[in-house]
Design a protein around this ligand. Sequence first.
Ligand SMILES: Cc1ncc(COP(=O)(O)O)c(C=O)c1O
Length: 381
Amino acid sequence: MSIYLENAASTPLLDETLEFYTKQIARYFGNPHADNDFSRECRKAITKAEKQIRTAVNASKDVNIIWTSGGTECFNSVFFGLEWNAGDEVIVSSLEHPATNNPLKEIAAQGVKCIALPVDKSGRFSLGDFKAALSEKTRLVSIMSIQNEIGVINDLEGIRKVLNETGSKALFHTDNVQGFGKLKLDWQKCRFDFMSTAGHKFHAPNSCGALLVNSKIKLKPLFFGGGQQKGQRPGTQDAAVIAGYGFAAEFNHKHKDEKLKDILELNNICRTGLSELTDNEGKVLDVIFHSDEECTPYVLTFSIKGYQGAIIMRFLSSIGVYIGVGSACSAETKTPNKTLTAMGVNKDIAYGAIRVSFGWQNTPEEIKIFLEKLQEVIKSY
Ligand SMILES: Cc1ncc(COP(=O)(O)O)c(C=O)c1O
């Protein structure tokens, strides 16, 4: 038995994408940057994938796409690709991913100040605080669409509205790594300048990311080499992976609304079942939900008072049930979950945090088995 509920960390390929992608591996072996028929076929596949990505977020055809190795490289391409002046400011939310926060720490050496918007108990910042933080010095606003540890959906249209109302010239980047292929997000409505995406979060091939860039903006490249991708990100591209990415982007775009209903059902079964967990004496346990009902249903984070998330995770993993404790990237650290502490959750409860994240392959039966196994683990804890 194997039940995988760590989809916010990485998703498996769906059967449809797997079937398509495996065929492309044999087909697109050519070097897309050479001058022969195999290369031209590869280039065509890449152009098609770019179109599929733009369509998925309603970006116009002049929006450039830079293919990268994933989300982290997309962010670094933006943060290190811009020319900064000392005194420039960047506004982020205080729950951004380390792949945003850590490059920004590096940029601070150039005299760039990073302002993190505080969040309330639910993990949300206020547009009022955003407006107050905005000034003529604001060069970039970088806000994630969906928070990876608790699933808060940020109001990016609201951010754009404030930028318009104040006449701000700040550039707008969204970390759409958790949202792409799941959340309806409109490039034109939000008038983004940059959007970062990563294949492994939406059932596309791994180790591939797409950074969408406003065509009026020129980024300095991170790498130097053979001039591929107009010198913006040189290195030979893998047309099969990119074709798989485009296929999954289109597939998810088509099915995301109906799938959202299925995911909501899984979330509801899970939420209800968690509220009914009991201890050895049959007393209902105190389960604290950190993800509220306004969060994306793809992520459900909670703590069980008196129980440590990491221990439960290990027990479950030994019997083939895979869950997370907050972010996969920080599962190794011994500190309590930083996102939860920023939301004001006390340290002991934050240590207990467990993240269950759903994917399109999961079924209601799997959630029921997960709940049964969790109940057994609690009894023998
Ligand atoms: C919200 C968010 N942003 C960025 C990243 C980093 O993306 P990648 O692992 O593709 O580099 C992740 C990965 O967990 C994420 O969840």
